[in-house]
Design a protein around this ligand. Structure first.
Ligand SMILES: Cc1ncc(COP(=O)(O)O)c(C=O)c1O
Length: 379
């Protein structure tokens, strides 16, 4: 268990921020690194050609450690949608085949597949919401030899339901189905290993559980796709990019591994160092410990909320860091006002309250949430 790390964050005493799935706060050391990095462009004459590469490679190597993959397999992207677009650009789908997504899947991992299916004469198959909350079995049952691609998350974002990607990856390989993962709501908070799951592509935006700035992201590309087509044809992906004097000696060769998929201006002097610093902190804490720590807070919360008429998926079926509390009679309209008055920040969506704590939270925060829920319990 990680002791409360609130001192590393600029969170006022009277704020209970339990909404990491919306956006994590930046840590003080991350802001320091980011400010210094942004200020470097005040003196562009001090920026050397070498620095177009060193920061990017440090980001790549750090991201690789988080997903248990070689750095060569990581591309630097701006968003989850950018990474998914690279997957749709490269994976073959034939007429009559199926592309699998989950019910209520996040739009960035839905629309691109809807478009691909439409363009290829394939069918988009939506795995129905399982009544027993078991997303893993629901996906396993839907993996038939008609399926070309399964594009799924590790955590279903509207329920917190966890998918066993090791079992799903194994089943995909047996049938020959390409596996594409959106890890935005899990990477950094739930252990994940490319070596165990063996996906074809896996993307994560950095601004939630990777605790980095907005508009940074990482994409894992399996070695069998390293000869694929990037979304952009930019100069820095090419094999001769390090020699600034020879850039117009055009070459057909790309830089090694997944680097050809890097977005334009990926050197991103202002944001990448901050994103890297945040990932290093997660590695220091260890993802398994983050999962345990946030899981313990959510466990206490789910027990207290149950007494107030809220239900949540059982611990076997949900991700520890991601608790969605539902109430049969719905959420009274005054709850958002009560929460706002008490400065308790969670996401209220439809009939559910989503609680996603991190290492800056303590039971003081969760007790404040329970006290708000108690106020509506009689409605
Ligand atoms: C599951 C999931 N994927 C991706 C994103 C962000 O997508 P993008 O980086 O394309 O904006 C979110 C944001 O809420 C999300 O919940």
């Amino acid at each position: 268990m990680i002791p409360c790390q609130r001192h590393l964050f600029d969170i006022p005493e009277d704020v209970a921020y339990l909404n990491c799935a919306y956006m994590s706060p930046l840590m003080r050391p991350v802001i320091e690194v980011g400010n210094t990095a942004l200020a470097r462009k005040a003196h562009p004459w001090e920026l050397t050609p070498d620095q177009f590469f060193t920061g990017a490679e440090e980001f790549r190597a750090t991201a690789a450690r988080l997903i248990d993959a070689p750095a060569d397999c990581v591309a630097i992207v701006s968003s989850a949608s950018y990474g998914i677009a690279i997957a749709t650009h490269n994976l073959p789908v034939r007429k009559g085949q199926r592309v699998l997504v989950l019910d209520e899947q996040f739009p960035s991992n839905y629309y691109p597949w809807q478009r691909l299916a439409e363009d290829c004469g394939a069918t988009l198959t939506i795995v129905a919401w399982p009544e027993d909350g078991d997303w893993t079995s629901a996906v396993l049952n839907a993996l038939t030899d008609e399926v070309a691609i399964a594009a799924i998350p590790q955590v279903q974002w509207t329920s917190g339901g966890r998918l066993d990607l090791v079992r799903i990856g194994e089943a995909c390989r047996k049938i020959g189905i390409a596996l594409v993962l959106d890890l935005t709501q899990s990477l950094g908070a739930l252990p994940f290993s490319v070596r165990e799951v063996q996906p074809d592509f896996a993307v994560a935006a950095n601004y939630k559980w990777l605790m980095g700035p907005y508009t940074t992201g990482l994409l894992y590309v399996a070695p069998q796709w390293h000869d694929g087509k990037p979304l952009e044809e930019n100069w820095i992906q090419r094999a001769n990019a390090r020699d600034f004097a020879s850039l117009i000696l055009y070459t057909d060769d790309y830089d090694a591994g997944a680097r050809r998929f890097d977005m334009g201006e990926r050197s991103n002097f202002a944001l990448l160092p901050a994103a890297t610093r945040a990932m290093k902190q997660l590695l220091e804490w260890r993802v398994s410990e983050i999962s345990e720590t946030t899981g313990a807070l959510n466990r206490t919360l789910s027990v207290a909320a149950e007494e107030l008429g809220f239900s949540s998926p059982t611990e076997e079926l949900r991700a520890p860091h991601y608790l969605c509390l539902r109430r049969k009679s719905g959420i009274p309209a005054e709850l958002p006002d009560i929460l706002a008055r008490q400065k308790v920040f969670v996401s209220v969506r439809g009939s559910s309250v989503r609680v996603t704590p991190h290492t800056y939270n303590s039971t003081t925060d969760t007790e404040r949430l329970i006290s708000c829920l108690r106020q509506i319990a009689d409605h």
